[in-house]
Design a binder for this molecule. Structure first.
Ligand SMILES: Nc1ncnc2c1ncn2[C@@H]1O[C@H](COP(=O)(O)OP(=O)(O)O)[C@@H](O)[C@H]1O
Ligand SMILES: [Mg+2]
Length: 280
């Protein structure tokens, strides 16, 4: 179903890799007009995402992970600091990124194939080319035969695959994913993680991926960013040097897996404890 590919050099080897997006000393406070108060959600975040890297963000619930993606997507503005994408400050909705959220958001009145083709349709790509590109992706995630099914006729895992390839089809060089596999069962998650790793190893767009699943973060990422409990700061950044192509089904057996997992878990536990002390 999925063709084997020779991986390109890992971003860690490419010191000169181009910066695709960055946050520079970002502070973000949400203002509560009713209570006339402000709540600091992000505190002094500086991050740089390089061309072709798969980067995950983990941290306790409410630490600001989704807010970071929303800043890059231009859905939220920083109170202080700047957000850069493809060399330009993000001002308003950032149409240069693909965004996959926890809900699959497929349009119920369109078939799988016509959902996957939406972005190409909006760009005026001719019908034959749209069909060729959408069918290729549909095939790569094992959905051939379901092109004409409506979302209600597909399983949760199939809909999620559809929403991922719908984002990948327009070749954005930056893709944001916010807990995309959150609502799925454990087996379906594994299959989709495997699909994603194979698709990404071919396309090598930059991915910023939010998850609360540490095993998923290790299996997929070149780098994992750990955040503190709210207000979110960068606590640690780990380079994940498990060789590619990766086998997500046996990631526990990869050299160094336990060491990375234990370190990540210790970080998260520390932050959860700290937030419980602050907010009993
Ligand atoms: N639109 C908003 N208005 C007010 N507070 C918000 C808003 N969005 C997020 N927050 C707050 O900012 C913090 C970070 O939220 P979020 O980025 O959703 O966290 P995470 O994705 O890590 O769970 C939380 O405390 C949340 O309550
Ligand atoms: Mg979130």
């Amino acid at each position: 179903m999925l063709t084997q590919v020779v991986p390109k050099a890992s971003p860690q080897d490419e010191r000169s890799a181009r910066e695709i997006a960055a946050l520079q000393d970002v502070y973000l406070a949400f203002v509560d007009t009713q209570r006339r108060s402000a709540k600091l959600a992000l505190e002094g975040i500086s991050l740089s995402f390089k061309e072709g890297e798969f980067c995950s963000i983990v941290g306790p619930s409410g630490c600001g992970k989704s807010t970071i993606l929303n800043l890059i997507a231009g859905l939220t503005k920083p109170t202080e600091g700047s957000v850069i994408c493809n060399g330009k400050p993000v001002a308003g909705i950032n149409t240069e990124v693909g965004y996959v959220t926890q809900d699959d958001n497929l349009l119920p009145w369109r078939t799988l194939q016509s959902n996957v083709e939406i972005a190409l349709e909006l760009r005026g790509i001719p019908k034959e080319e749209r069909a060729r590109r959408s069918r290729e992706l549909i095939d790569r995630v094992g959905l051939t035969g379901f092109e004409n099914h409506y979302p209600a006729q597909l399983s949760g895992g199939m809909r999620k695959r559809g929403s991922i390839i719908r984002t990948l089809i327009y070749d954005a060089n930056l893709i944001l994913m916010d807990e995309p596999f959150g609502p799925l069962d454990a087996q379906t998650r594994l299959v989709l993680q495997n699909d994603l790793v194979k698709l990404w190893e071919r396309a090598r767009s930059t991915v910023v991926f939010v998850t609360h699943d540490l095993v998923e973060a290790i299996a997929l990422s070149d780098r994992i960013i750990v955040m503190t409990a709210t207000p979110g700061r960068i606590k640690k950044i780990y380079d994940i040097d498990i060789p590619r192509p990766r086998d997500v089904f046996h990631i526990h057996d990869a050299p160094g897996f336990s060491r990375i997992f234990d370190a990540l878990w210790a970080d998260i536990r520390e932050e959860i404890k700290a937030s419980m002390r602050r907010d009993p």
